[in-house]
Design a binder for this molecule. Structure first.
Ligand code: CP
Ligand code: NVA
Length: 316
């Protein structure tokens, strides 16, 4: 296995080069094959979460346990980041106790402040801007199911949000074609689009924006959906339900994609909203494999960031 040195933190999927992304995916596969590699014995990470979580919290906790280390969950009420104590003080205090921080923050700027002031690695466990750990697990799942990534067509139906931001960046880095269908007012962010187009110019991937889900899913190898109302947007629920009503992924829409298309969703899902009530049971659905793969993708990230010298990984 080749060696590479990641940045101190894992904030954005775009901070990886295409080669680094490929290697990280290979290492995630190794983690899946060898579940109890005690590479992080004696290491501890703090889970600093300002929003709820099932998958991310549990996969980080299990990842550290299986790697021989431990994870400590810190609730928002306890820490009161930015209220009880300034963010930069929280970062400096945690750096004296733990070897890494996985943070899920309401604002991306909070994560950036944590990373700036912390002397230990900071991992983005979801912000309002990106969800890079999710994209890593998504690519791992697609690679497993399709045997390749480059040249595949992924159609994302819905909100231009944290999940689509990371996914568009990841696809354009790795050479997958990324289509997104969103209603007016909910399109992908311009900055993310420009960055992705720059990556696509190198990788050869094609990026297509549309307002028409039907147009996007035709010929797609993967149909991807996420919630219409992300955490923190609850006050916009009714407005969003109306805006996205034509953007439900259901059997009829999926039938327009390629015959062997995968259906993906990061979960949690709102059944009857962004997906029809039976979508998770659809034979094309790989959502639970996708959820499982969060564990292996994050193990690869943790080992990269917490082992100062990655020679142990190389010898696996
Ligand atoms: N997909 C995901 O991040 O799930 P949680 O919000 O439950 O962690
Ligand atoms: N876009 C969703 C993803 C949840 C994993 C949210 O931010 O709530």
């Amino acid at each position: 296995m080749l060696l590479f040195k990641m940045n101190k933190d894992f904030i954005s999927i775009s901070h990886l080069s295409p080669d680094e992304l490929e290697l990280l995916l290979k290492e995630a596969q190794v983690m899946k094959q060898k579940r109890n590699l005690a590479l992080l014995q004696g290491k501890t990470i703090a889970l600093l979460f300002e929003k709820p979580s099932l998958r991310t919290r549990l996969s980080f906790e299990m990842a550290m346990k299986q790697l021989g280390g431990q994870a400590l969950y810190l609730s928002p009420q306890e820490v009161g980041m930015g209220k009880r104590e300034p963010i930069h003080d929280v970062a400096r205090v945690l750096s004296r106790y733990v070897d890494g921080i996985a943070a899920r923050t309401l604002l991306h700027s909070t994560l950036l402040t944590l990373a700036t002031y912390s002397s230990v690695p900071v991992i983005n466990a979801l912000t309002d801007w990106e969800h890079p750990c999710q994209s890593l697990a998504d690519l791992l799942t697609i690679q497993e199911k399709k045997g390749r990534l480059s040249g595949l067509n992924l159609a994302y139906i819905g909100d231009g949000n944290n999940v689509s931001n990371s996914l568009m960046l990841a696809c354009s880095l790795i050479g997958m074609n990324f289509r997104i269908a969103s209603p007016p007012g909910y399109k992908i962010n311009e900055e993310i689009l420009t960055q992705s187009q720059n990556f696509a110019a190198i990788s050869g991937s094609k990026i297509t924006l549309s307002e028409d889900p039907v147009q996007s899913v035709r010929g797609a190898d993967i149909v991807y959906s996420d919630v219409w109302v992300s955490m923190g947007q609850e006050s916009e629920t009714e407005k969003r339900r109306m805006a996205f009503s034509r953007y439900q992924v259901n059997e009829a829409l999926l039938s327009l994609a390629n015959k062997d298309a995968l259906f993906m969703h990061p979960l949690p899902a709102h059944h009857g909203e962004e997906i029809s009530v039976d979508m998770l049971e659809n034979p094309h659905s790989v959502v639970f494999d996708q959820a499982e793969n969060r564990l292996y993708a994050q193990k690869a990230v943790l080992v990269r960031l917490l082992l100062p010298d990655n020679s142990e990984v190389a010898s696996v």
